[in-house]
Design a protein around this ligand. Structure first.
Ligand code: NDP
Length: 308
């Protein structure tokens, strides 16, 4: 007798062959003369027409909190959501006239879409300020349906020259800020059994480069945080995902990062270009839409193939 695993597999298949309909035990009670398998097939074939791939109509009237919404990727996220009718509460960090001007400019563009808006200086590193900001958004706009944890900074330096302040600033902004906002918003979403949270991590949370020990640590931790919160919040119909941008052409990035590093990033990208803030905002929009209702705990690179 051939007792190889393969033959056992075959025997298993033969043994599992479907019994004639009349012999099949009925797991669910069905009307006499009605075959449950046939019923299932009928349900499948009568499912309504597939939804359009990105139907954002359900977003109209929702409320989003976006951290670091005054410039770059955060600004593009605010405007993209606002154009879909989402009311926007965004925060920024007021460290001078330039950041206030950026915030005002973003606010004016959001207002032009006709949605309601709350924006304020709120340091994401300070849990008291975060709680107060979320409370004010709830009062002005309503309970948040969407949270985009975008605020982030870099303080790149070789490890042996990195100061405590540079380490702490990056970890506290990128990681603590995301924790504080998620903790403030999650109970509201849990109570309403609905929510979409998107964390902005980075390709450098997955693959690092020289001088990024603080930044890469914070962004890798955000990936763990995304997965962990997805597990904790999933049974309350809350999706938690992350986007991992590669080099994205924002004014501040091109001001800060030397041209040769940007050229190197462009060369490494399979698509041969840097991204735009809109490239990231489009993926955030998708993750906030019902088209992504079955995605949670995912980390989606938006990097033109930089990581390949
Ligand atoms: P920007 O510097 O253009 O914008 C950062 C935003 O965060 C600003 O609104 C800024 O406010 C705000 N912010 C900074 N610190 C604080 C704080 N303590 N409290 C509240 N708000 C704060 O950055 P990008 O658009 O380039 O980056 C956005 C996110 O995307 C970051 O998390 C970044 O790490 C990530 N990312 C960016 C990439 C890129 O190539 N640009 C690549 C990969 C990831 P203010 O302007 O007032 O200081």
């Amino acid at each position: 007798m051939n007792d190889s695993p393969r033959s056992r597999d075959r025997a298993g298949w033969a043994g599992d062959a479907p019994a004639a309909a009349s012999e099949r035990p009925s797991a669910v009670s069905s009307p006499p003369g009605h075959d449950p398998v046939q019923q299932l097939l009928e349900e499948v074939t009568t499912e309504p027409r597939p939804r359009p791939l990105l139907d954002t109509s359900d977003l109209r009237g929702r409320v989003a909190v976006v951290t670091g919404g005054s410039s770059g990727i955060g600004r593009a996220v605010c405007l993209t959501l606002a154009e879909c009718g989402v009311h926007i509460g965004f925060c920024y960090f007021d460290d001078g006239a330039a950041s206030r001007a950026d915030a005002e400019q973003t606010a004016a563009s959001i207002r032009a879409t006709g949605v309601r808006l709350h924006f304020a200086n709120c340091d994401v590193r300070d849990s008291g300020q975060v709680d107060a900001f979320v409370a004010q958004v709830r009062e002005d706009l309503g309970d948040p349906d969407i949270l985009v944890n975008n605020a982030g900074i870099g303080r790149d330096r070789a490890l042996w020259r990195m100061s405590n302040a540079e380490w702490e600033a990056v970890l506290r902004t990128n990681l603590d800020g995301t924790f504080f906002f998620t903790r403030a918003v999650a109970p509201v979403m849990r109570a309403r059994e609905h929510g979409k949270i998107v964390n902005v991590t980075s390709v450098h949370g997955i693959r690092s480069e020289f001088g990024l020990s603080n930044y890469s640590s914070s962004k890798a931790a955000l990936i763990g945080f995304t997965r962990s919160t997805a597990v904790e919040l999933g049974d309350h119909n809350i999706n938690v995902n992350a986007v991992a941008p590669g080099y994205i052409r924002t004014t501040r990035l091109t001001d800060r990062v030397p041209a040769e590093i940007l050229d190197h990033a462009r060369d490494r990208s399979v698509l041969g270009r840097l991204g735009d803030p809109q490239d990231v905002a489009g993926v955030v929009l998708f993750l906030c839409s019902e088209a992504a209702r079955h995605i949670t705990g995912a980390v989606i690179p938006v990097d033109g193939g930089y990581l390949l």
